[in-house]
Design a protein around this ligand. Structure first.
Ligand SMILES: NC(=O)c1ccc[n+]([C@@H]2O[C@H](COP(=O)([O-])OP(=O)(O)OC[C@H]3O[C@@H](n4cnc5c(N)ncnc54)[C@H](O)[C@@H]3O)[C@@H](O)[C@H]2O)c1
Length: 298
């Protein structure tokens, strides 16, 4: 059952959903986004407007492209609005119960050949696919944040996925100007499987007194050519987000490398979440941010 993606649906217009809707519309696809409330929908559409306006100000998007992109995006608070879409990408909150319920409902209104995809970072694609009546036409489509700027998309197949479905979605990702990579349904897929143990290990190195915050960050930046050090990256991603993913990965693999270190748990409990809460490994009240070296020395 082949399908050519002509119309795109996006469920959730938060940080990721708004980015996915934007890139789909920029690539020329008529795109429908669905939110839970008018307020949430308005906030999501405003985020798209701000992002495109920033592109215009930097000379990266023409005013005509901005207008054409926005004219291709329709918003709704009714799941039935995506019934005619060939590909529906779910980007609602990272809560399995909410995702399963939403996917089960939307799955019944789609055409049999339509493809459903989830943008989850850590939940099982197989478990979500099983909640729909179309597990063979369900894949993971994992975009990175910020979606309009990040080139990578992980395409995740399960043991249910019908031949041709992952190919169709891979072609769709390419049509957005992204570079798709293929992976099987294992928690963390490719990128987080490699990245999360590295982020956790940097915290363990700090806990064990291997180096200071600044020296660990400088080590990986200047010694390995990374654009930023691992503790700065922890702060950028948000310690609560990485802790959540690490917990799920530890449950799946039961390997120490995925186990969140005690310092990380204490920081999350104390509200040291990183940049978004104003402090993490660094204090963001000053410029440049000041390292919180007291984290391990008392
Ligand atoms: N934030 C990231 O860096 C990142 C990166 C890759 C993947 N993801 C994944 O993307 C998904 C969304 O994350 P986010 O950061 O955009 O979250 P977010 O909280 O910014 O957005 C989620 C949106 O979903 C909406 N929503 C909730 N239930 C809904 C429903 N039943 N129908 C329609 N909309 C609903 C909410 O109102 C909210 O606007 C998660 O699965 C997350 O794991 C996030």
């Amino acid at each position: 059952m082949d399908v050519k993606v002509k119309k795109v649906g996006v469920l959730g217009c938060g940080l990721m959903g708004s980015g996915i809707a934007q890139v789909a519309a920029q690539a020329g696809y008529p795109t429908t986004v669905v939110e839970v409330s008018k307020e949430a929908l308005e906030a999501g559409l405003k985020r798209i407007d701000r992002f495109l306006a920033g592109g215009v100000a930097k000379g990266k998007v023409t005013p005509q492209d901005k207008e054409a992109t926005q004219s291709r995006i329709a918003g709704s608070v009714d799941l039935a609005a995506v019934a005619e879409c060939d590909l529906v990408i779910e980007a609602v909150v990272e809560d399995l119960a909410v995702k399963r319920e939403t996917l089960a409902r939307v799955g019944t209104s789609l055409r049999p050949e339509a493809i459903l995809a989830s943008n989850t970072s850590s939940l099982s694609i197989t478990e979500m696919a099983s909640a729909t009546r179309r597990p063979g036409r369900f894949v993971g489509l994992h975009f990175f944040n910020p979606v309009p700027l990040m080139k990578l998309v992980e395409v995740v197949h399960t043991i249910h996925t019908e031949p041709g479905v992952a190919d169709a979605v891979t072609g769709f990702a390419r049509s957005l100007g992204k570079t798709p990579i293929r992976t099987s349904d294992r928690t963390g897929f490719i990128v987080n499987r490699l990245l999360v143990p590295y982020l956790l290990d940097a915290i363990r190195a700090l806990e064990e007194g291997v180096g200071s915050i600044t020296d660990i960050d400088h080590g990986m930046k200047l010694g390995c050519g990374h654009p930023m050090g691992p503790l700065t990256l922890n702060d950028l991603v948000g310690l609560d987000t990485t802790l959540y993913i690490a917990d799920i990965m530890y449950q799946e693999f039961r390997e120490r490398r995925f186990a969140p270190p005690p310092l990380m748990k204490r920081m999350v409990l104390a509200g040291f979440l990183g940049r978004k809460s104003g402090r993490g490994f660094y204090d963001y009240g000053s410029e440049p941010p000041r390292p919180n070296d007291f984290l391990v020395s008392r």
